[in-house]
Design a protein around this ligand. Structure first.
Ligand SMILES: NC(=O)c1ccc[n+]([C@@H]2O[C@H](COP(=O)([O-])OP(=O)(O)OC[C@H]3O[C@@H](n4cnc5c(N)ncnc54)[C@H](O)[C@@H]3O)[C@@H](O)[C@H]2O)c1
Ligand SMILES: [Zn+2]
Length: 375
């Protein structure tokens, strides 16, 4: 199914944060307007594009053309693709390159890539000259629905994921859905886990819509734009109410405590992509909730069935090469930043679309649950 030719205006979702309010602009072919939009936002600014080798191959030329057509000077910093680039060495390289490119406070960094580039470039932007403004041009589904919005930036520590970072909001997000046409299906699917997450955590009607229409989202029909806009609206609303995750924003971590432990257990390698870890983590969160009598077994079955239907892993045994044992996973869960005084915080559910924050989970209960599912 191909997308019909449309003359529709792009969808604009505003993230309302007072003086730091910004727009997420969603639509097919938007990259061509990056230059004009940047110029309108910040006349006279020059830009530095931060990207990875794979994204550069597909989309660097068009990005540079768009900026040049608006008379905007740009240079580029290209890093290796993959989670491994969210490390100190690459962070240093990016910071030094931004300074070498003579990017100053009135200029802009442009993060062109997936969540890895957005997190890395955004964190570098938050540090260089004590804070440069930056534009997000997300090129993966995951980045368009999640990581490019909300201002969480950072890199990984040897102790765990995203432990070094800052809140630093972009000044604009340009989500060109056509850029996803070059994304390998496995990465698209991993990003889809975060799309399903919005339904599972707070929007049962959206989850039902996804059950019926997910194939169109994959095919790139207008359904793709619709799904991205629903996710961005949900995230924008949550971030506007709780920018620094003092409360409600934690709901966006549904599936992430289990997921991060599994990702770490797989060595942050391509054995288990972030979104795949999240899919597994969400299934575990539903099953753990059902086991505690908080949610029906039927809701857990339904969550699992949909994720499995799109081809996401829903059973720990599906991780190639396996994951560490229960003790190692419990250590990884305890190192996650959501631990307070020996009790664990998990996002649990009362059903589809009904997630809540439980910050008094007994580690022994989690251990027993994991031991059972890993049997
Ligand atoms: N900041 C946040 O709020 C937030 C939220 C969710 C996830 N994240 C982070 O996002 C990261 C995962 O993001 P991701 O899944 O986008 O990973 P990624 O950035 O590594 O991209 C996945 C792969 O796709 C390639 N790629 C990207 N765009 C492409 C395109 N258009 N065509 C072809 N190939 C393309 C990349 O080179 C990479 O190999 C994790 O580090 C996770 O922690 C952050
Ligand atoms: Zn995530």
């Amino acid at each position: 199914m191909t997308a019909p030719l449309r003359t529709n205006e792009p969808i604009v979702v505003q993230v309302a944060l007072g003086a730091r309010t910004y727009d997420i602009v969603i639509g097919r072919g938007l990259l061509a307007s990056l230059g004009a939009r940047t110029k309108a936002l910040r006349p006279g600014a020059k830009t530095v594009i931060v990207t990875d080798e794979t994204v550069a191959k597909h989309h660097r030329a068009a990005t540079e053309q768009s900026l040049a057509a608006a008379g905007i000077e740009s240079s580029a910093i290209v890093v290796a693709p993959g989670e491994g680039s969210k490390n100190y060495a690459t962070f240093e390289k990016v910071c030094e390159a931004i300074i070498a490119a003579r990017i100053e406070r009135a200029d802009l960094a442009v993060a062109l890539g997936g969540g890895v580039i957005g997190d890395l470039a955004g964190f570098a932007a938050s540090c260089v000259r004590r804070g440069l403004d930056f534009v997000q041009v997300p090129t993966t589904l995951l980045a368009q629905v999640d990581s490019s919005v909300g201002g969480k930036t950072g890199i990984n520590s040897r102790h765990g994921k995203n432990l070094i970072g800052a809140f630093h909001q972009p000044v604009m997000v340009i989500a060109d859905t056509a850029l996803l046409d070059t994304l390998p299906v496995r990465d698209f699917r991993a990003g889809y886990a975060e799309v399903a997450k919005y339904g599972l955590l707070g929007d049962a009607a959206f989850f039902s819509w996804l059950e019926a229409n997910w194939q169109d989202v994959f095919a790139g029909a207008p359904a793709r734009e619709h799904a991205i806009a629903v996710c961005c609206r949900a995230k924008a609303a949550i971030v506007a109410r709780d920018e620094r995750e003092n409360g409600e924003r934690a709901l966006l971590n549904l599936g992430h405590t289990f997921g991060h432990a599994l990702e770490a257990g797989a060595g942050f390698s391509d054995r288990l992509l972030h979104g795949e870890g999240v899919a597994l983590g969400m299934v575990l969160a539903f099953e753990f909730s059902a086991r505690k009598g908080l949610a029906s077994a039927e809701s857990a079955t339904r969550a699992r069935a949909h994720l499995a239907a799109v081809g996401l892993p829903t059973d720990i045994k599906q991780v190639p090469g396996g994951v560490p044992g229960v003790d190692a996973l419990m250590d990884l869960i305890a190192q996650d930043k959501k631990v307070k005084r020996g009790r664990l915080t998990f996002i649990l559910v009362h059903g589809i679309g009904q997630a809540f924050i439980e910050n008094n989970v007994d580690p022994a209960e989690v251990r027993a649950f994991l031991a059972d599912v890993m049997k």
